[in-house]
Design a binder for this molecule. Structure first.
Ligand code: ADP
Ligand code: ASP
Ligand code: MG
Length: 918
C-alpha cells in the first residue's frame, strides 16, 4: 500500500492559502500572530494535517499495539504474525546509488538478486536532491522567488527519472503523487516566502521529499520487475526525539510498536523505506539530520533484528583514510564497531557516526559495499575482535585508519587559579552547553593550568562570549589569565582498537608529523586508547593526513621528488633511483617517488610516481610544455606524499634564484648546481638564513668534489666544535688529470688535447683552465666556514695564456696553445729540479679570511703529488687535525659520482626530516 505524503492534498493548499490570504493573522484553533509566532502556527498546521492523514488511513491503532521494544523476536512471533528476525536483510542505497534512472534500475537488480527471504531497502534521495530541497527553503526564506524555478527543476528531474523507468499505471500513479506533492510544496514555500521565515519542521518536511520520491520510484520499479513490494513512509514508523543540537534519539519502544502495526497491515516480504525522515512523538515530520539515511538503515536493522545491514555507496568500503585526500588509502576488510564509530565520528563520512549504536546492541553486522564495483567484497563492521591476516604485523597493524574534521577552532581557558579548584571544568562545559556548542575533543594538562577544547568554528564566538561572561570575575581577579581562541584548526585522528596497550604508536604518529614539519597544537587520547587525536592548523591537515598515512601504511618516509634538468647528471640520477628505489623502500622504508621531471622544453608529471624504466619515452609521448611554476606546484601540492624535494641538476642561475622561495614554502632542495652558493653574497646569506630558520633542508654535497664527502665532512667538523684553519685541495678533475699527466717530456698542450679527447674537459677547455669553476668551489667552502667573501675576492691564476683568452674558436685555441708550452714547461722543470710537482689548487685560508686559486708546488711525497687520473683531493687542516690534515680523496668528477653525491643527499634528507635545518 503506497501512502500519500503526510500533508494530504486537501489539507496543504488550505494551509498555504490561509497563510497567503491572512497576511498577518491566521486562524487555527486560537488566533496566532504570524509575525511573532509563525513557528507555532506552522507546526500546528503540519501536525494537524499529518494526524488527519493518519486517521484517514486507519492509523488509530496505536493503543492496540501488542509488542514492546524489549520483547524478544521469539515472543514477537508468538504474539503476532509479524515476522522479524534474521530472515530480514537490510540494504541502504545512498544518493549516488540512486542518482539516475539507470542507477535506480541497477539498485532494483541488486535487490532482486539478493536471495534473502525478506528485504528492507532504505533509500536516500537522488544525489543532490536534499541539497536542492534545502536550497528551496533558503531561497523562499530570503524572498528570492527563483525558488519556483528551482522547484520546477526538482519536479522535472523526478518526472524524467520516472518516465525512464516506469510505464502504465505505475507511471501515472507516481506522476500524480509527484505533481500533487510539488503543488503542495509550492504552496508551502509560498507561505515561507511571504513570512520570510520557515520553522525547522517546515524545513524537515520539505527536505524529506527527496526520499519520499526515490522510495516510491524504486518500489514501483521493483514491482515492474515482478517483486511484490510495498513502500514505507518511515514517518509512520520511526519516532525520534530531539537530542541537543543537530541530533535526534530514536524512541525504540514507540517505533517498534508502530512498525508492528505497519507490518501487520503491509505483510510484504520486500519493503522500500525512506531513509532520513522520521516523526516526533507529536507526529511532526522531522529528519535524522544530514546524511542520516545510514542511521535510518541501522535503526531499521535493530527494529527488525535483521541478519545484516548492507550500506551501498560509491566506494569499495571504509578506507584507511578518505580516498579523496589520500589516493593510496587501502580498503579495510573488517572494522570493529568501536573502530567504525571512531572513524565516522572523526570525519570518515562514508558512515554516519550514529549508525553503529543501534546495530551493535543486537550484534548485527554492517557491510559497506560499492554499487559500482560488485566484485569488491566491501568492509565488514562487526563485534568480533579481528586479526587481519593481510595487515602487516608491526606497529602499523595497530592503527586501522585516519580521519579528519575541518573547520574547527580551539578554545584555551588558562590561568593559575584553575589548579586544584573543583568544578572549573564543569563550569566551563556548562557554559559551552548553554550555547548548544558541540565539544569535539578536550585536553587538559595535568598541571590543571589550562583546559583546551575544540568546537566547530561557527560556534566558537558564542562559546568565547559565554565563557567570558561566566568567568568575568575570575578573569578580572587574575585567577584566569585568558580565554583564547585559535581559529582555522583541524582534527586528525588515528583510530584502531589494537592501539590500546601497544607502546610506540603515538611516538610513530608524532614522528611522522614532525618529519613532515607539522606543528601539533593539541593532543588527546582517551584511556580507551581507541584513538589518538591531534589538532593541527587547517592548512596542514591534508599533508598531516598523508604523512601519517604513508608512515603507517606505506613507508616510514615518503618524499616526492622533482628533477629539474634531466641532462647528464639528472639522467644518471634517475637511473640510480630506478635501480635502487625498490631496495630503499623495502629495506629502509624510504619511498623516493619521482613526481615530475622538467627539462628546458618539456616536462613530465605524474600523480602517482613516474615509471623510471622508461621516463624518456614517456616524456616524449606524454610530456607537456615546460612550465617551472606548474611543475613545482604539481610536485609539491598535488598528491599524497607529505615531503617534497626539488633536485636542481642544472647549472642555471635562474633556477637557483628560486631556492629561497621554495624553501620558504617548505620544499627541500638538493643540488650539484654551484650558482646559488657562489653567487652574490647577500643573496646567499638570505638563502641560508631562510633555511636555518626552518626545518626545510638544503643539501649541496655534489657542488664540491662530486660524490666525495666534502661538505658533509666540513659540516661535521664545524658542528662538533672543531676550528678550521685551512682547506686546500685539487677540486678540478680536469686540472687534476692534466697535471697528473704532465710528466717527463710531455708538452702541456698535448696533455690538454688528450684530456679533451677523453671527454674530461668542458667543450671549451678554457672553461677549465681559467680556474673559475675552482674559484666557485673555494667560495662555497669559504662561506661554509663563515667567511663572507664574494667570488671577486678570490684571486684566480688562469692557465689560459692572455693572448688566447679572446681567441674566437675552440679549434683556434687548441691550435695556438702549443706555442705557449715553453712557459709552463719551465715552471714544471723548476719544480722537478726541486723534487716537486705542479698542482692547480684552491685554498681557503680561514685564519686570514681569504681564498685563492693558483698553481702551486708540492714535494713529491706530499699527498697532492700522489694523485692519479682525475681524482680530487682535499686536505682539512683544523685545530684537531693540525699536524696531519684530514684528507678526502677520490674521483671528483663524472656523472656517476656526481649523481651518487646527489643521491646520498636524498638519503640524508630522508633521515633528517623533522630535524632543524642547519
Ligand atoms: P552516500 O551518499 O552513499 O551516503 P557519502 O557521500 O555519504 O555516500 O559517503 C561516501 C563517501 O565518503 C565516499 O565517496 C568517500 O569520498 C567519503 N569518505 C570519507 N572518508 C572515507 C573513508 N575513510 N573510507 C571511505 N570513504 C570515505
Ligand atoms: N538525503 C539525505 C542527505 O543528503 C540523507 C542521506 O542521504 O543520508 O543528507
Ligand atoms: Mg552518506
Amino acid at each position: 500500500m503506497a501512502l500519500l505524503s503526510p500533508v494530504s492534498s486537501s489539507c496543504l493548499p488550505r494551509l498555504c492559502s490561509q497563510l497567503a490570504a491572512h497576511d498577518a493573522v491566521v486562524d487555527t484553533k486560537s488566533r496566532v500572530c504570524l509575525s511573532s509566532a509563525s513557528s507555532h502556527l506552522q507546526r500546528g498546521l503540519i501536525h494537524k494535517c499529518y494526524l488527519d492523514k493518519r486517521e484517514s488511513h486507519g492509523f488509530k491503532v496505536l493503543a492496540s499495539a501488542s509488542v514492546t521494544a524489549d520483547v524478544s523476536t521469539a515472543e514477537v512471533a508468538v504474539k503476532s504474525p509479524i515476522v522479524k528476525g534474521d530472515t530480514w536483510s537490510i540494504h541502504k542505497f545512498g544518493g549516488t546509488c540512486v542518482g539516475t534512472a539507470q542507477r535506480i534500475q541497477n539498485v532494483a537488480n541488486i535487490v532482486i538478486e539478493d536471495s534473502s527471504e525478506r528485504k528492507l531497502v532504505v533509500v536516500s534521495a537522488m544525489s543532490k536532491v536534499t541539497d536542492m530541497m534545502y536550497d528551496l527553503i533558503e531561497k523562499a526564506q530570503s524572498r528570492d522567488d527563483s525558488y519556483e524555478a528551482a522547484l520546477d527543476a526538482v519536479f522535472e528531474k523526478h518526472k524524467l527519472t520516472a518516465v525512464n523507468l516506469l510505464d502504465g499505471d505505475e507511471l501515472a500513479s507516481f506522476l500524480s503523487v509527484l505533481t500533487r506533492d510539488v503543488h503542495n510544496l509550492k504552496a508551502m514555500l509560498r507561505a515561507i516566502y511571504i513570512a520570510g521565515h520557515g520553522t525547522e519542521s517546515f524545513s524537515a518536511f520539505v527536505a524529506g521529499h527527496g526520499e519520499l520520491w526515490s522510495a516510491q520510484i524504486l518500489s514501483a520499479v521493483l514491482r515492474k520487475g515482478g517483486i511484490d513490494c510495498t513502500w514505507m513512509d518511515t514517518r509512520d514508523v520511526l519516532i525520534v526525539t530531539p537530542a541537543g543540537s543537530n541530533q535526534v534519539d530514536p524512541d525504540y519502544e514507540e517505533s517498534e510498536q508502530r512498525l508492528d502495526n505497519w507490518l501487520s497491515q503491509n505483510p510484504s516480504k520486500v519493503v522500500v523505506a525512506t531513509g532520513f525522515i522520521a516523526s516526533t512523538p507529536q507526529n511532526i515530520p522531522t529528519t535524522l539530520k544530514r546524511d542520516g539515511s545510514d542511521f535510518s538503515a541501522a535503526i531499521m536493522g535493530a527494529l527488525f533484528r535483521a541478519r545484516q545491514v548492507t550500506i551501498w555507496t560509491d566506494v569499495d568500503g571504509v578506507y584507511s583514510a578518505d580516498p579523496r585526500k589520500v589516493s593510496e588509502a587501502v580498503v579495510l576488510n573488517t572494522l570493529s564497531y568501536q573502530e567504525a564509530w571512531e572513524m565516522s565520528y572523526f570525519g570518515a563520512n562514508v558512515l554516519h557516526p550514529r549508525t553503529i549504536i543501534p546495530v551493535m546492541q543486537y550484534d548485527i553486522p554492517i557491510i559497506i559495499r560499492n554499487i559500482f564495483n560488485l566484485s569488491a567484497p566491501g568492509t565488514k563492521i562487526c563485534r568480533a575482535p579481528i586479526i587481519e591476516a593481510d595487515v602487516k604485523q608491526d606497529s602499523v597493524a595497530y592503527v586501522k585508519g585516519f580521519a579528519t574534521i575541518d573547520n574547527l577552532a580551539l578554545v584555551n581557558v588558562e590561568g593559575t587559579g584553575m589548579a586544584g579548584v573543583p568544578g572549573t571544568a564543569s563550569a566551563i562545559f556548562a557554559a559551552v552547553k548553554d550555547v548548544g556548542a558541540n565539544v569535539i575533543m578536550i585536553s587538559q594538562a595535568s598541571s590543571e593550568h589550562s583546559v583546551c577544547f575544540a568546537v566547530p568554528e561557527k560556534e566558537v564566538n558564542a562559546v568565547a562570549k559565554a565563557l567570558e561572561a561566566r568567568f568575568r570575575q575570575a578573569l578580572s581577579a587574575g585567577r584566569l589569565s585568558q580565554v583564547a581562541i585559535i581559529p582555522n584548526c583541524s582534527i586528525l585522528a588515528a583510530v584502531g582498537q589494537k592501539m590500546a596497550s601497544t607502546p610506540g604508536v603515538s611516538a610513530t604518529l608524532f614522528n611522522a608529523l614532525a618529519k613532515a614539519n607539522i606543528n601539533i597544537r593539541a593532543i588527546a587520547q582517551g584511556c580507551s586508547e581507541y584513538n589518538i587525536t591531534v589538532v593541527v592548523k587547517r592548512e596542514d591537515c591534508v599533508r598531516a593526513l598523508r604523512a601519517v598515512h604513508s608512515r603507517f601504511y606505506l613507508s616510514k618516509t615518503s618524499i616526492a621528488v622533482g628533477i629539474i634538468g634531466p641532462g647528464l647528471i639528472g639522467a644518471t640520477l634517475l637511473n640510480q633511483l630506478r635501480d635502487q628505489a625498490a631496495v630503499l623502500k623495502e629495506k629502509s622504508k624510504t619511498d623516493l617517488r619521482v613526481m615530475g621531471i622538467i627539462g628546458s622544453k618539456k616536462m613530465l608529471l605524474s600523480d602517482t610516481g613516474i615509471d623510471l624504466s622508461n621516463w624518456k619515452e614517456l616524456q616524449n609521448e606524454k610530456g607537456e610544455k615546460a612550465d617551472l611554476e606548474k611543475f613545482v606546484h604539481h610536485v609539491h601540492g598535488n598528491h599524497f606524499i607529505p615531503n617534497t624535494v626539488l633536485v636542481d641538476c642544472t647549472s642555471s642561475t635562474d633556477v637557483a634564484d628560486h631556492y629561497h622561495d621554495w624553501l620558504h614554502t617548505g620544499i627541500h632542495i638538493i643540488t650539484p648546481n654551484k650558482k646559488a652558493n657562489s653567487g652574490p653574497l647577500d643573496k646567499y646569506l638570505k638563502l641560508r638564513a631562510r633555511q636555518r630558520q626552518s626545518f626545510t633542508h638544503y643539501f649541496y654535497e655534489a657542488t664540491v668534489g662530486a660524490g666525495l664527502p666534502i661538505m658533509h665532512t666540513l659540516r661535521d667538523l664545524l658542528q662538533t666544535g672543531d676550528k678550521i684553519i685551512k682547506i686546500e685541495g685539487i677540486f678540478s678533475g680536469t686540472l687534476s688529470y692534466i697535471f697528473n699527466s704532465f710528466v717527463d717530456t710531455r708538452a702541456f698542450s698535448e696533455v690538454v688535447m688528450e684530456a679533451k679527447a677523453a671527454g674530461y674537459t668542458e667543450p671549451d677547455p678554457r672553461d677549465d683552465l681559467a680556474g673559475t669553476d675552482v674559484a666557485r668551489k673555494v667560495i662555497i667552502l669559504a662561506r661554509e666556514c663563515g667567511l663572507n667573501l664574494e667570488l671577486s675576492d678570490i684571486p684566480v691564476q688562469s692557465l689560459v695564456p692572455d693572448p688566447l683568452k679572446e681567441t674566437a674558436s675552440v679549434d683556434d685555441f687548441m691550435q695556438q696553445l702549443p706555442s705557449y708550452d715553453s712557459d709552463i714547461a719551465t715552471k714544471r722543470q723548476a719544480a722537478e729540479d726541486a723534487r716537486e710537482v705542479l698542482r692547480y689548487v684552491g685554498v681557503v685560508d680561514v685564519k686570514n679570511q681569504k681564498g685563492v686559486v693558483e698553481l702551486q708546488r708540492y714535494k713529491k711525497q706530499h699527498p697532492f703529488a700522489q694523485l692519479s687520473g682525475s681524482d680530487n683531493i682535499i686536505a682539512f687542516t683544523t685545530e684537531r687535525y693540525n699536524k696531519q690534515p684530514l684528507i678526502v680523496r677520490g674521483p671528483g668528477a663524472g656523472a656517476e659520482v656526481t649523481a651518487g653525491g646527489v643521491f646520498s643527499d636524498l638519503l640524508r634528507l630522508a633521515s633528517n626530516l623533522g630535524a632543524p635545518s642547519c
